[in-house]
Write a protein that binds this ligand. Structure first.
Ligand code: ATP
Length: 239
């Protein structure tokens, strides 16, 4: 039986002035799944994630989250409903401490009472952040900043996490660590929509994927189907 998706997107269009970045994107993410969005630079992956949380110039389309139409809502309303974005480039504030970042993430909490519990959970999942709680975020390594960006997003207790390029600029061992952490979050019931340049790694961790080109979805399937597809192997897996 096919479960009703947690996220259903249909006919999503985004434009920046005259640039049509998304020309009608349809996709779905099942509860508890990791779904990956693949495609070349400029294909529209970041625009898709940004539009889902109300941060891009959405022109048309329907976004249904948890059975509710969230198309016209503001970013803070969408976060409160349980969909949160960890943006590309991490968007860390160098002069704020690690703990201040977590508190900022928690300020959007759906059920404010539980902030300290969520913080404890994050500090046990990301022990390096616990060691560096009072340190300014600008002094963290790239991998630590990425962990902080994810932990900050998780402070809003999302049901769906949108992750934009978590491996960007990180050394392979650090990338493996981040992917282990992502897998651990999914095990706890989190649903994840993942944008990644590292196609082989994201198809390893994902249940399903969509390939975008020029603002449209051009291919989709289970992760196994995509791994075996000649298009994917030719374009991304160096076969
Ligand atoms: P990348 O991996 O390079 O971020 P992407 O697949 O995420 O690529 P988008 O960033 O969504 O792609 O970009 C889609 C298209 O929209 C590209 O042509 C890009 O140049 C354009 N674009 C993105 N953001 C803006 C903006 N703020 N203003 C104008 N054009 C934009």
């Amino acid at each position: 039986p096919v479960l009703k998706p947690l996220l259903e997107v249909s006919g999503l269009k985004v434009a920046y002035g005259a640039v049509e970045a998304l020309k009608g994107v349809d996709l779905a993410v099942g509860k508890g799944q990791i779904v990956t969005l693949l495609g070349a630079n400029g294909a529209g992956k970041s625009s898709t994630l940004n539009a889902l949380v109300g941060l891009a110039g959405k022109k048309a389309g329907r976004v249904s989250f948890n059975g509710r139409d969230v198309s016209g809502l503001a970013p803070e309303q969408i976060v409160r409903l349980g969909m949160t974005l960890t943006p590309e480039g991490r968007r860390i504030f160098p002069s704020l401490t690690v703990d201040e970042h977590l508190l900022l993430g928690g300020a959007m909490h759906k059920a404010r009472g539980a902030i300290s519990e969520v913080r404890e959970d994050m500090l046990s999942r990301f022990p390096i952040l616990k060691e560096r709680l009072t340190q300014k975020a600008g002094s963290l390594s790239g991998g630590e900043q990425q962990m902080l960006a994810i932990a900050r997003s998780m402070m809003s207790s999302p049901d769906l996490l949108l992750l934009d390029e978590p491996s960007l600029g990180l050394a392979p061992q650090v990338v493996d660590l981040i992917f282990d952490l992502i897998a651990g979050l999914r095990q706890k019931g989190l649903t994840i929509l993942l944008v990644e340049q590292n196609v082989s790694l994201s198809l390893e961790i994902a249940d399903a994927g969509y390939v975008m080109a020029n603002g449209r979805v051009v291919l989709s399937g289970t992760a196994a189907e995509l791994r075996n597809s000649t298009e994917i192997q030719g374009a991304y897996l160096g076969a």
